[in-house]
Design a protein. Structure first.
Length: 266
């Protein structure tokens, strides 16, 4: 079956809402998403589904998910490298832990680009998340210029090495390969391109965290994922899911992506 990988990695479809939907919109959205998936008899044990709303929505989403016993996961889009103190505007991993947030996105290219996050800061954020039992979804990816200069995997590989540099011994991370040129462009990487980089990223996880952890680590592809191209990515041996931006804001489309096993023929 598509998506069942060596090491029994459960497929993971993650929706990064970016700066969209307020907390009231989030509640309505998550309710409808859960109904849509339940109508489609979604098998969460085979494909995990999670949403990553803005910070102001997370408490509402958590309340809904726990109150209604929904099987959806959730997480934040960023976290502070610090645990507490005089860091105006920052959110601590302790606060995410207190909300029971299973995941946090770290090092998204929009944070690297617009907020000038360095590899060192990202490594700190990854470490502080792991230390507080919040699984980091570590984003890496090359720009179009990097691709031309260095080829497809050199930059993502270096970014992942750096991101894991303070976290030797970690056992639970998710990696998202998101080529910057594919994000929001409508021009996704090909499944073969995604596989080529995902394989290299798995070697990095093996190098730093060991072979067993590498086998169990989910590596996602992100960048213009839609219901019409998802199945091709999930057929690749090293691609275990997707980090979806724009298409995660459309309930029917996102639910259809989560149901990728139904498009295996596409
Ligand atoms: P798009 O799916 O809109 O290309 O965004 C991808 C992304 O950045 C997810 O984190």
């Amino acid at each position: 079956m598509a998506g069942v990988k060596p090491g029994e990695r459960v497929a993971f479809i993650a929706g990064n809402w970016k700066m969209n939907l307020d907390h009231l919109q989030a509640i309505a959205f998550v309710q409808k998403l859960a109904w849509t998936l339940s109508d489609a008899r979604h098998d969460y044990s085979a494909t995990e589904v999670a949403v990553f709303p803005p910070f102001t929505d997370i408490r509402s989403v958590q309340n809904l998910i726990t109150g209604d016993k929904l099987e959806l996961g959730f997480g934040a889009q960023d976290v502070s490298a610090h645990l507490s103190g005089a860091y105006t505007g920052e959110i601590s991993a302790l606060f995410l832990k207190a909300l029971g947030a299973p995941y946090v996105i770290v090092g998204h290219s929009e944070r690297r680009q617009y907020h000038h996050e360095s590899d060192e800061q990202i490594a700190e954020k990854v470490a502080v998340s792991i230390q507080n039992d919040v699984v980091p979804v570590i984003c890496v990816g090359e720009t179009a210029e990097d691709l031309e200069l260095y080829g497809p995997s050199a930059v993502p590989v270096a970014q992942l090495r750096a991101a894991l540099s303070l976290s030797e011994g970690a056992t639970n991370v998710v990696v998202a390969y998101e080529p910057v040129w594919a994000i929001g462009s409508g021009q996704a990487a090909t499944p073969e391109q995604a596989e080529q980089v995902a394989e290299q990223l798995r070697y990095v996880v093996a190098e730093v965290l060991g072979g067993e952890v590498a086998d169990a680590t989910r590596i996602l592809y992100g960048g213009s994922v839609k219901s019409t191209n998802i199945a091709g990515f999930l057929r690749q041996p090293n691609v275990d899911g997707a980090l979806v931006g724009g298409a995660s804001l459309d309930i029917a489309e996102f639910a259809s992506i989560a149901q990728f096993r139904k498009h295996v023929g596409t």
